[in-house]
Ligand binder design. Sequence first.
Ligand code: ADP
Ligand code: TRP
Length: 335
Amino acid sequence: MKKILLSGVKPTGTAHIGNYFGAMKQMVDLQNSGNYQCFLFLADYHALNLIQNRDEMKKLTLELALDYLAIGLDPKKSILFKQSDISAHTELAWIFDTIVTVPYLERAHAFKDAEAKNKEINVGTFNYPVLMAADILLYDTDVVPVGQDQKQHIEYARDIALKFNHTFGPKNVEEYKDLIFKLPDSLILDTVAVVPGTDGRKMSKSYNNIIPLFATREEITKAVMSIVTDAGIGAIGTDGKVSDGKPINLYNIHKLFKAKDKLDQLYEMNKGKYKSLKDDLIEDIDAFVKPMRERREKLAKDPKKVIKILEKGAKQAKKIADKKLLEVKKAVGVL
Ligand code: ADP
Ligand code: TRP
């Protein structure tokens, strides 16, 4: 029996190398390992908290579908779909809403961040972890590959599964196999848990510090040239160690693209020569991205084909999700 892997990304903007190394690459690698049945989706209902413009939503969703296919997600091996196509996600989220408490959701990092910014927070943002729990639990997911920032959300999914099982599952705790929801684990690779951006903070669309994944040579050059290199002797690197004068931020990005021995040699030979080091990084990124970029350009010529792939994936996912939802409806007594 294959293990179940599930993950999603929100169509909220340009995919970047942080998304790729932090989460998307694991999706491809594990899909190709043959050991997992993979459910990979576009979290468009989550994105709706941010993207509230019809044309933009359509455009960003298609773009992310292209990204998925271009990095090597394969509809013959994985089930690729759009979250909003499967109404069981939102329906289950409502059922979870009735067992999840307000103080519990108030402890979520994302909520606290939004609150600290003094934003008027919409209910969708507040409820974000509940919909995400539904995404995950509907498919009996074993593993969820994500970046570090999503760890708490997976813990929420586990907690919600436990609470549901406790409230509505079989009373005999010996019967674990009959519990309704399986507890998922996050899969976070230490080395890429937090990919730094051009300013040294976590790379993120919202910080304006990204290197786009499908960037052209010119865009790569522009982003790399803006990488901050001023971490001198005594600065603390993202690995928590005191820097020996290496431009730690540049190095940490570069190590995603070059083997450590070669990289150390390069930085040793080019001490203080930030321009040469950056030129080398531009070459490395361009060589790495080029085949994916070309594949994406080809796919972009046939958007109908992409839409068909998502429709087919939705049909496959729906069967499984609806079956689970039926079990849940029986368990709570509405059926
Ligand atoms: P962003 O912060 O740019 O909006 P998303 O929230 O869309 O990114 O993240 C999509 C996926 O990529 C998630 O699994 C997230 O954990 C991962 N991810 C995002 N940024 C990084 C990063 N800098 N390092 C590692 N993983 C990341
Ligand atoms: N919250 C995730 C992010 O910001 C996207 C997401 C939604 C997700 N549902 C999910 C990730 C279920 C993994 C599993 O990137």
